[in-house]
Design a protein around this ligand. Sequence first.
Ligand SMILES: NC(=O)C1=CN([C@@H]2O[C@H](COP(=O)(O)OP(=O)(O)OC[C@H]3O[C@@H](n4cnc5c(N)ncnc54)[C@H](OP(=O)(O)O)[C@@H]3O)[C@@H](O)[C@H]2O)C=CC1
Ligand SMILES: O=C1O[C@H](COP(=O)(O)O)[C@@H](O)[C@H](O)[C@H]1O
Length: 507
Amino acid sequence: MTPLHPHQPPHQKPDACAFVIFGVTGDLTHRLVLPSLYNLAAGNLLPDRFCIVGIARKGMSSEQLRVNLMEGLRKYATRPVEDEIAQRLLQCVTAIEADPKEPDSFDQLKERLEKLEAARETHGNRLFYLATPPAAFAPIAQQLGRVGLLKEDGKAWRRLVVEKPFGTDLASAKKLNDQLLELVTEHQIYRIDHYLGKETVQNILVLRFANGMFEPIWNRHHIDHVQITVEEKLGVGTRGSFYDATGALRDMVPNHLFQLLSLVAMEPPARFDAHTVRSEKAEVLSAIQPLSEQEALLNSVRGQYKAGLVGDTELPDYRNTKDVSADSATETYAALKLTIDNWRWAGVPFYLRTGKALGAKRTEVAIKFRQAPFAMFSCTPIDTLAENYLVIGIEPTQSITLQFNTKIPGPTIRTDGVQMKFNYKDYFQAEPATGYETLIYDCMIGDNILFQRADSVEAGWKAVEPFIEAWKKAGRDGLHTYEAGSEGPKAAADLLARDGRSWRKLA
Ligand SMILES: NC(=O)C1=CN([C@@H]2O[C@H](COP(=O)(O)OP(=O)(O)OC[C@H]3O[C@@H](n4cnc5c(N)ncnc54)[C@H](OP(=O)(O)O)[C@@H]3O)[C@@H](O)[C@H]2O)C=CC1
Ligand SMILES: O=C1O[C@H](COP(=O)(O)O)[C@@H](O)[C@H](O)[C@H]1O
C-alpha cells in the first residue's frame, strides 16, 4: 500500500553549528545521541559545517573519544554502520575537559570552543546538550552563562537541551526553570521528552487536526472516557537506586503520559507554531481538576511487583532488587482517574495506567465512544454490542484501530465487533530509528514545538502532587502487590469497575 501523495517537500538543512555534549562518556550519549546523529548524517540532515564537542570532566583525548564513540555506535546503531558515514561524523568530534566544580575549566572551554568554531566556520551557533545526571543541569548552565557562552548576539543562536527528569516535584521543577530562565530565555531551552520523538505520538496532532471527521465528535457529547496505557515488561533491572527514589508515577506520568493526554485533550491550535501549540498543551494540563489528598487516594491505585515470570525471564521481588530498600513503599505500577475542567471534557474521565514487570509491552491511547443510545436490534441487547473504540497504538505496533459493530453475514441480523486497522509499516518504509532523530534535528533547526515549555512541566507536576503527597503519607498502606508477568494489581480493574467501565483488553 502506498500513501496518496508520496512526494513531500525535502527537509531543510540545519544551520552551521557546534553541537556540544556534556556527559559525552555516558550511557545516553552512546545509546541514543550518537546513533541519532549517525542516522541524521546518513539522511544528509546534519549541517554542512558542523562540529561535535564532547565534554568529559576528566581528561580524554579527541582520539580516545572517537574510539569510544565508535564502539558505542557499533553497539547501539539502529542500522548497519557504514564506515564512510561514521568516519565523516567522527571527524567532527573534539574532546574538551570541563567540570562545573572547577569554574576555570569553563573559561578554558570558551577559549577552545571559539577557536574550534572559527576553524569549522560554524558562525557561533551553539547547541549545548546536557546529557548528564540532573543534578548537574543547573551548575553546567550557570558556568556556561558566567563565561558568556549562552548569550545570543543577534547573529548567532545559543540553545540548551535539557534531559529528563526535569525536577522531582513541583518545587524542584520550578527551581530548575527559574535557574535556567535567569541565564537564557524560554525559546533557547529544549526540554526533551522522548515520547514526543515517537512518530505515532506526533501523529496524534495530524490525526486530530488534519482530518475533518474526528474533531466534531472529540468531546463529552460523544466520548465516554479515555484510557492511556503505558505497560512495560521490563523490571527495574540495574536502575534500583534511581527507581526506588522515583517510582512509576514520577518516572512516567507528569512527563510521558501527560504528553499523550495533552495531545489528545488540547484545543485545536490556530497555528502550527511552538508558541500556539505549547500554549494549548499547557492550558489543558492546567485544567486537570485539582484533587485533595483524600480524593487522590480514592482516584488512584498503586502497586509493587512480586517475583514472577515475564515471558521466559524470572524477575525477583521488586524489594529484592539491587539498590532497592527491603521495605520499600515505592510503586512500580500506578493507575489514576483524572478529569479535565473545561467544556469539552467535563464529566469525561481520563484513566491512566503505567507499570513495570507486566505481561506485555503496550503503549496506547484508547478513546472509548458512547454506546448507541437505543437497542434497535432485538437480537443484540445494547450491553452486548462491542464497544466503539479508536485506539492509537504506539507500542508494540504503530497503528490506529477503529472498533465498531458490524452485521454477521446470514439471514438474520446478528452483530459482532470488528476492527479496522491502519498499520504505519504497511504504508511507510521508515529506517529503524532511535526516536531522538526528530528531536535533535528540531533543536538544530530551532523548532521547539516538540519540547516541553516551563508552564507545561509545572502544570504536570502540579496535577500529580496530591498523589505524591497522599502516597508518601500512606506509606505501605494501600500499596497493592502484583505478580511480575501479570496484568498488574486487581485494584486497577476495580478503579474502572466502580464506574461501570473496564480497561481495554489486549486484542
Ligand atoms: N541512558 C538513557 O537511556 C537515558 C538517559 N536519560 C537522561 O540522560 C541523562 C544522562 O543519563 P545517562 O547517560 O544514562 O547517565 P550516565 O550516568 O551514564 O552518564 C552521564 C555522564 O555525565 C557525566 N557526569 C556525571 N556527573 C556529572 C556532574 N556532576 N557534572 C558533570 N558531568 C557529570 C559523566 O561523564 P564524565 O564523568 O566523563 O564527566 C557521565 O558519563 C540523565 O539525565 C538521564 O535521566 C534520559 C533518557 C534515557
Ligand atoms: O523515561 C522512561 O521511559 C521508559 C519507557 O519508555 P518507552 O519508550 O519504552 O515506552 C521507562 O522504561 C523508563 O523507566 C523511564 O525512565
